[in-house]
Design a protein around this ligand. Sequence first.
Ligand code: AMP
Length: 221
Amino acid sequence: MINIIFLAPPAAGKGTQSDFLKQRYNIPHISTGELLREETKKGSEIGQKINEIMISGKLVSDDIVINLVKNRLSMPDTKEGYILDGFPRNINQAIALDKMLEELGKPINYVFYLTIDKDLALKRTCGRATCTNCGQIYNLKFPETMPSKPMTCDECGSPLFVRQDDNEETFLKRFDTYISETEPVSTYYKNKKLLFYVNSGINKDITFNQIISAIDVPEIK
Ligand code: AMP
């Protein structure tokens, strides 16, 4: 089993790295941001509330997110492993996760903490665009990650969209929320000796190589 968690400030690249890992190890990428965005698309009253909280840059209530994660981790495709992107985001969620993983028999193996400079994260956030169909992520502020045709996916030709919370104002609030609520979770995992720091401010392939070199260490017998 390869059971992975990503801890990172907004736009540090946890979505991109999770997708790389999903392809390499054939395990599901579980993004709580994505699960919540799916809820908002249902048009229900609760979906509307979730959307407002996401745009405010704050955290959605623990009960809602913990339930979503519990249901998702109970699915059979997590048998060989999972990649949790965006959960846990506070200590209460980390404790709830430990409890559910113990019950499910799927303990965490690696927690990757992606480090990035705040200004670079802001630049990445404000240029991010995602494919409406295949989820491929682009960045309109960096020539190397722009789509070849404006707002069109190179992979499948579908239109790209910009997330409602990917703007400077919401980014600054999300970053503050990260520092006050999520950063302390790193100490929680450091104490459990599960934490790996990875520099995510250079190049996504270098970041990926650092991650897989931690996972693919040959066992000493
Ligand atoms: P992300 O896609 O990970 O950047 O998350 C987008 C937004 O979804 C966050 O700013 C939060 O409002 C909400 N969110 C995602 N994951 C969680 C979580 N584990 N707990 C509470 N809110 C979350």
